[in-house]
Design a protein around this ligand. Structure first.
Ligand code: DGL
Length: 267
């Protein structure tokens, strides 16, 4: 059992965005080893078909399982929206997605029961957040908007650039009229745009699901008696990518703010 507890947690995303989730897990569970996979050869997932995203996610699951992980976090809203139910059916390992933790947090803090969500085209089109809200708080109203230009803006470090403000104003114009009090950042890249989104939608609480996911990971590990030995030193993060490790490493530092080892692998 002890061996099993000290195995790594597998975390995956289409690229670097999932590192926002890794950062939260590291803060909350510093003793947990993490094996991260970023599918940089096939990013973005946000405009791919459900079939393609399911296939990519399955291939990544096989890779992470070959590394002996004890749990998997699908740290990608698009993969969580489109592939999570089938992955859960197909693999016996605990798998945590980013949708439900974000929904639970939004429902917990919303006072007027009017919640917004922004994400990639595929996430919004999948209506996964609508189903999530319906399941736990059917009296809440959800307003959705896809913001496909946000991902390239983050990856090009236009985090507080005037052009980012302009695009955010345009995307969020309608959201402003919906009288929401909480907005879910339904894409792992968006926490890096918190300043801009917060300025455009002032007085609206932003839910960064990364922190909510880390809380869920901790709960599940404790419940299943699978948390790593707390006497261990701060554990490391190993990253694997499907394309150019050097480029990933450069962008990764804006997300994770710590040195990481990155290796390119073929799935
Ligand atoms: N990480 C993805 C997500 O959270 C965004 C990037 C992509 O489109 O692949 O949806």
């Amino acid at each position: 059992m002890r061996e099993e507890r000290n195995r790594a947690i597998g975390v995956f995303d289409s690229g670097v965005g999932g590192l926002t989730v890794v950062r939260s897990i590291r803060r909350c569970l510093p003793n947990e080893k993490i094996i991260y996979f970023g599918d940089t050869a096939r990013v973005p997932y946000g405009n791919k078909s459900p079939e393609a995203v399911k296939r990519f996610s399955r291939e990544i699951m096989e890779f992470l399982r070959s590394k002996g992980v004890k749990m998997v976090v699908a740290a990608c809203n698009t993969a969580s929206s489109l592939a999570l139910p089938s992955l859960k059916r197909e693999y016996p390992v605990p798998i945590i997605g980013v949708i439900d933790p974000g929904v639970r947090e939004a429902v917990r803090i919303s006072k007027n029961r009017r919640i917004g969500v922004i994400g990639t085209n595929s996430t919004i089109d999948s209506r996964a957040y609508d189903r999530g809200i319906k399941k736990i708080a059917p009296s809440c109203r959800l307003f959705s908007k896809s913001c496909p230009l946000f991902v390239p803006l983050v990856e090009n470090r236009f985090l507080t650039d005037p052009v980012t403000y302009q695009i955010a104003e345009r995307y969020l114009r309608d959201m402003k009229k919906k009288r929401i009090d909480v907005l879910i950042l339904g894409c792992t890249h968006y926490p890096l745009l918190k300043k801009v989104i917060g300025d455009v939608l002032n007085d609206i609480t932003l839910v960064d699901s990364a922190a909510a996911v880390a809380k869920t990971v901790k709960e599940v590990l404790n419940r299943k008696n699978m948390a790593a030995d707390s006497r261990r030193r701060r554990a490391d993060v190993k990253c694997f990518v499907s394309d150019d490790a050097g480029r990933f490493k450069k962008t990764a530092c804006i997300f994770l703010r710590e040195e990481i080892r990155v290796k390119k692998v073929a799935l």
